[in-house]
Design a protein around this ligand. Structure first.
Ligand code: CP
Ligand code: NVA
Length: 314
């Protein structure tokens, strides 16, 4: 990898927006292949001698563990770091951090709330950078969601997907995915926690594929997949008000009863039973949330391989 920050051959994974369908399909196919092989005891060491730095400014269970385990399964190594224990917490700049890390390791995955900080890191790094969640998007999650839907029900392009909750980072990546894969996306969000200007522009780019309302029942009617997420994302400060305003946006059995007969329920987790989803739905027969969580491992491995230029197994 060159040490030139303007190197356009660098493969960052920052947002689904901007990717071609072919590239995302290649990552999904690789994830399925790696998953199949893992289940039969085969662990291709695609990233032997590579080191991944994992910078977590915020809490994580799935993203952190799946990248760590995934990198090891691919024969590579990881270094876990939190912003607090780095000089970032003593005002070293993001771009100086990126330049230094680029001399030591081969790729960085970062969870950081500020999307601008993610972009600054990627702009200054001379190694690939992966977005492990910002306040604006969560692209790794949504690829795992799509893999999970397709394993259970077939092509996502044939699906009507419904989002119920607030207009958050996971929804943003679903909007990006919809414009690329061509599924339908019905969004039900309250005005108080509706889309930002940037998200509205992305919704407009997807044209007729996306509907936007504050009516969970209308949005859920006939849907193949219902998506929920926590009402209080990391960094949100108004938890009590959110719980009050989002109360009508709970996914419960009466809402699921409006969906297609063979519909599925997904949640990126962590979930809060009784808030955004009832325990009956979360732990019920339509819920595939733990398959979804497992697929984080397989998709992470495919994303890691892709940033290093590997799109297919031999
Ligand atoms: N869904 C998800 O990203 O989970 P973590 O916050 O535990 O990583
Ligand atoms: N929207 C949630 C996702 C957690 C994985 C958050 O940002 O906290």
């Amino acid at each position: 990898m060159s040490n030139n920050p303007s190197d356009t051959t660098l493969r960052h994974f920052l947002d689904l927006k901007g990717f071609s369908k072919e590239t995302l399909r290649a990552i999904l196919d690789l994830s399925i292949d790696l998953k199949t092989r893992l289940k039969t005891g085969e662990r291709p060491e695609l990233l032997k001698d590579k080191t991944l730095a994992m910078i977590f400014e915020r809490e994580s269970t799935r993203t952190r563990v799946s990248f760590d385990v995934g990198m090891r399964q691919l024969g590579g190594q990881t270094i876990m770091l939190t912003g607090r224990e780095m000089q970032l917490s003593r005002e070293e700049t993001i771009s100086d951090t990126a330049r230094v890390m680029s001399r030591f390791v081969d790729a960085i995955i970062i969870r950081i709330l500020s999307h601008d900080d993610l972009l600054e890191l990627a702009g200054a790094a001379t190694i690939p950078v992966i977005n492990g969640l910002t306040h604006l998007s969560h692209p790794c999650q949504v690829l795992a969601d799509i893999q999970t839907y397709e394993e259970h029900r077939g092509p996502i392009s044939n699906a009507t997907v419904t989002w119920v909750g607030d207009a958050n980072n996971v929804l943003a990546s679903w909007i990006h995915a919809t414009a690329i894969f061509g599924n339908k996306l019905n969004i039900a969000v309250p005005d108080a926690y509706g889309p930002s200007q940037g998200m509205l522009a992305d919704i407009a780019m997807a044209g007729d594929l996306i509907t936007l309302s504050d009516d969970p029942k209308a949005a859920a009617k006939g849907a193949d997949l219902i998506l929920a997420d926590t009402w209080v994302s990391m960094g949100d400060k108004d938890a009590d008000q959110r719980r009050k305003i989002l109360d009508p946006f709970r996914v419960d059995k009466s809402l699921m009863d409006l969906t297609a007969k063979d519909s599925l329920f997904m949640h990126c987790l962590p979930a809060h039973r009784g808030d955004e989803v009832s325990a009956e739905v979360m732990d019920g027969p339509k819920s595939v949330v733990f398959d979804e969580a497992e697929n984080r491992l397989h998709i992470q491995k495919a994303i890691l391989a892709w940033v290093f230029g590997i799109e297919k197994l031999t």
